[in-house]
Design a protein. Structure first.
Length: 265
């Protein structure tokens, strides 16, 4: 029997957000009802801040969201940083050097509070924001960053992750959440789970009192940390194996369906 949680943590893409990028009226209504009952709903996403802002209207009155795989906790209500866990430029430079030696063809991009900057060879799959800078990675690493991105156009995601983990896993936390071969690298120990734990501690909530939802490998630390965890029906196989429960798919409002049942909404 699932106990009543005190905090809800949910990934966005492939989990709460539908394939068309929308949050359904049903899901929105369930989240509002939880907030009305004093149950905070925390968005925990790999999205950078500029993409996460698209759904902040649904984050609830407590106004906190964990973005960039835990590198940033954002105070939505005040539109300011609540907690930042950046990577030092020297560390990122060493990672780029070692990974490029181990896996030729690696191309890099950098996420900061100001947005994304990319190497000329980095082939972005999404429209770039106005003013996005293209330059060598050496020129882009002039200040602390939230996330280092590495892309490869020939290897598969698992093969690239395996190679990167062997080459630079001792320097940064490496994961992925994309269907393309894109690695997302954060500071050592910086994950969705570790930042969620810090936030939950501030709220006086234990891991056992958290219910979490996810679908991709970057959700694994959060799902194994939370007392109650759900993988989406269409989640990555490793996530379905690790989670304690299975929710309907994201296009079926699976998160909302589960929460409505858990909280008798």
């Amino acid at each position: 029997m699932v106990l009543r949680p005190r905090l809800v943590a949910t990934d966005l893409d492939g989990t709460l957000v539908r394939s068309d990028g929308s949050v359904s009226d049903y899901t929105r209504d369930v989240l509002v009802q939880l907030e009305d009952r004093g149950i905070p709903v925390v968005f925990v996403t790999g999205r950078p801040l500029r993409w996460a802002e698209d759904v902040f209207e649904h984050v609830g009155s407590h106004g906190l969201a964990i973005v960039s795989n835990g590198a940033l906790v954002w105070d939505v209500a005040r539109s300011q940083v609540h907690l930042e866990r950046p990577v030092a430029p020297d560390t990122a430079r060493e990672v780029c050097r070692l990974l490029r030696e181990a896996v030729p063809g690696s191309a890099y991009a950098v996420e900061t509070l100001d947005g994304i900057s990319l190497e000329p060879e980095f082939m972005e799959r999404h429209p770039l924001p106005a003013g996005a800078r293209r330059a060598s990675i050496e020129a882009l690493l002039s200040r602390p960053l939230l996330k280092l991105l590495a892309r490869h156009e020939e290897l598969g995601p698992q093969d690239y992750w395996d190679a990167a983990e062997a080459a630079v896993g001792h320097l940064m936390t490496i994961t992925w959440s994309s269907s393309s071969t894109l690695l997302e690298m954060s500071g050592p120990g910086v994950t969705k789970a570790s930042s969620l734990e810090l936030l939950a501690r501030d709220l006086g909530v234990e891991a056992a009192d958290v219910i979490a939802f996810g679908d991709m490998p970057n959700d694994l630390p959060m799902l194994t940390w939370a007392g109650t965890s759900y993988a989406m029906a269409d989640a990555h196989p490793s996530v379905r194996e690790a989670a304690g429960h299975l929710a309907p798919g994201h296009d079926e409002d699976g998160v909302a369906q589960v929460l409505a049942g858990v909280f008798d909404l």
